[in-house]
Design a protein around this ligand. Sequence first.
Ligand SMILES: O=C(CO)[C@@H](O)[C@H](O)COP(=O)(O)O
Length: 233
Amino acid sequence: MSAYDSDPAVQKVREDVARLHGELTRYGLVIWTGGNVSGRVPGTDLFVIKPSGVSYDDLAPDNMILCTLDGAVVPGSLGSERSPSSDTAAHAYVYRNMPDVGGVVHTHSTYAVAWAARGEEIPCVITGMADEFGGPIPIGPFAIIGDESIGEGIVKTLTGHRSRAVLMQNHGPFTIGVDAKDAVKAAVMVEDVARTVHIAREAGPLIPIPQDKIDSLFNRYQNVYGQSSDARR
Ligand SMILES: O=C(CO)[C@@H](O)[C@H](O)COP(=O)(O)O
């Protein structure tokens, strides 16, 4: 056992992250054990991530893995007998270098991965993209799996960028958010817009939205839409 196992803040993130993995399967964003969700434990140098290669059906708060921002598993903590996600180093790199990020998600959702396979950013041609992403969804560099390379690509691409999603070339979407739920929402929305824009382009030329209209749509959605109590305000 670890002292953190009785910390209510850690337990809440364990519960949230375990539950949010169910959203990836509910929205059809992953198959088998692909993809992962992590959440920063507020006010600490810790985050929670899923165990590697474990069926989504078997994920639970107690088998989530508590890690330090260096990506090391906290010794003796709940779930520490398992190996953490393959992308733990990437998530940890994002948390260390983007202090406002509270959640990171990775999926293999079909249409977003198809754009990533072409190394092509998704142009901002529907208001839903302007609302949620404030412009195009960018492509990140090809990066090998298992070390900080993916994390470096995410941070390099998204730092100073409005988008909460990046399509890592030849791999797929990684998303960030103020918390894990916000990052999961970005993962759901990036697949939705990837599919819509793909279908639109198959039928004919796309009509770009003028930048001033993108700015207006983004500002409204980020600051007016929804409830003032929403997490991202
Ligand atoms: O594509 C990758 C590796 O980046 C992952 O989505 C894996 O497919 C899932 O890895 P675990 O989180 O289960 O280790």
